[in-house]
Design a protein around this ligand. Sequence first.
Ligand code: ZN
Length: 248
Amino acid sequence: MEAQQSRRAEEPPPRRRADRRAAEQPRRGVTRRALLLTGGAVGLGAAGYLAAERPRWMYRVPGIDRPRKEGEVDHRGAEWIAASGANWRRADRPYDFRIDRVVIHVIQGDYAVAVKVFQDPGHRASTHYVVRTSDGHVAQMVRELDVAYHAGNRSYNERSVGIEHEGFVDRADTITDATYRASAALTAGICDRYDLPRDREHIVGHVEIPGTDHTDPGPHWDWDRYLRMVRDVPVTSRKPEDGDEAEG
Ligand SMILES: [Zn+2]
């Protein structure tokens, strides 16, 4: 989960990077324009930047806005609980930003509180998924095509899917079999959807994100066990377009 002080990490990167990326993607005029606008927003505060980054007209440009259905989820069986729109950014992944990793978090709190704060527009942070300890129930709060603010690092947010797990970094008993099982299925599916190897290069902890002051998922997160479980999940060929209806 994001601390308040991580908010500034959502501010845009130096202009040079935006320019370089624009040059790499000349085939997409919209993307280039969006990146130039991004560069032009340097110096605004987080709130001003969020408002300025994607003008509303841009949502209607073909190609940047695939059809979305309220309640649709990317992970079969997930419950859709929408995060506040202030806590994530509309995007068109993997077409505008390539998704290259899954970021594993531990909430430092319980499921109900996490779901509540991500619905709070003042929180300025969110995640794609929240996993419940008691039964491995999965809530999806941001679509995978959109950018959730979970890693405290703008470019990592743009290229990752975030999973929050109910629990505490210093309490081993809060990370349960149900947590690992549900999370492994979720992560395996994400890896398959974006053609990512199921390895530690592409499945990382929040603590590994450059610039973070967060320590989650912490010393009790059993990476060897988790990776084994992720790899044991049968390969799927499902793509993001095949979104499911949420099962409440
Ligand atoms: Zn975290």
